[in-house]
Design a protein around this ligand. Sequence first.
Ligand code: AR6
Length: 174
Amino acid sequence: MLVERNGCRVEVITADITTLTLDAIVNAANESLLGGGGVDGAIHRKAGPELLDECRSIGGCPTGEARITFGYKLPARRVIHTVGPVWRGGQRGEDEALASAYRASFALARQNGVSSLAFPAISTGVYGFPKERAARIAVSQAFAAADEGDFSLILLCCFSREDALLYAQALEGR
Ligand code: AR6
């Protein structure tokens, strides 16, 4: 499923994000930036120990913000580490914190000349954010970034076909 906005392709794919050759991939990290499970673990494993060294030197990242590193052994040149919210029922600013994680990632991408990038389904794994709700937020932030300009390709990279279907439905506006 793909949509063209302002010269930018916004697309939902099913893939292991660590295999993608793009200007940057986004990591769904935690506030320590010192690695973890899920997509974070996969990114650190593939990038190698130099990524952890660089992350250590950054000293963490609050929820809703983002930090950028090199990609080391990953095919992607850079990694944008962002911290999505832990789902606590929906009344604790989770929607805004998730939107902010996407916005901060796009802002950092723009500042660093990143024109093609991929996002995992931030917060929808261990952090428990409801997937359809997360998909709507991801799509609206991707469209806003495309409309503002500077991007050629924004991939919403799901790990399963089931998740990709939900993100594709959000992309179609359903
Ligand atoms: N490529 C693409 N997507 C993936 C991959 C992969 N290789 N591996 C997992 N996913 P999660 P969160 C999907 O739990 O909910 C970590 O321990 C996965 O199926 O990785 O933001 C961090 O250190 C799901 O759809 O991230 C934090 O402590 C999505 O990535 C915490 O988990 C996000 O799931 C962050 O939790």
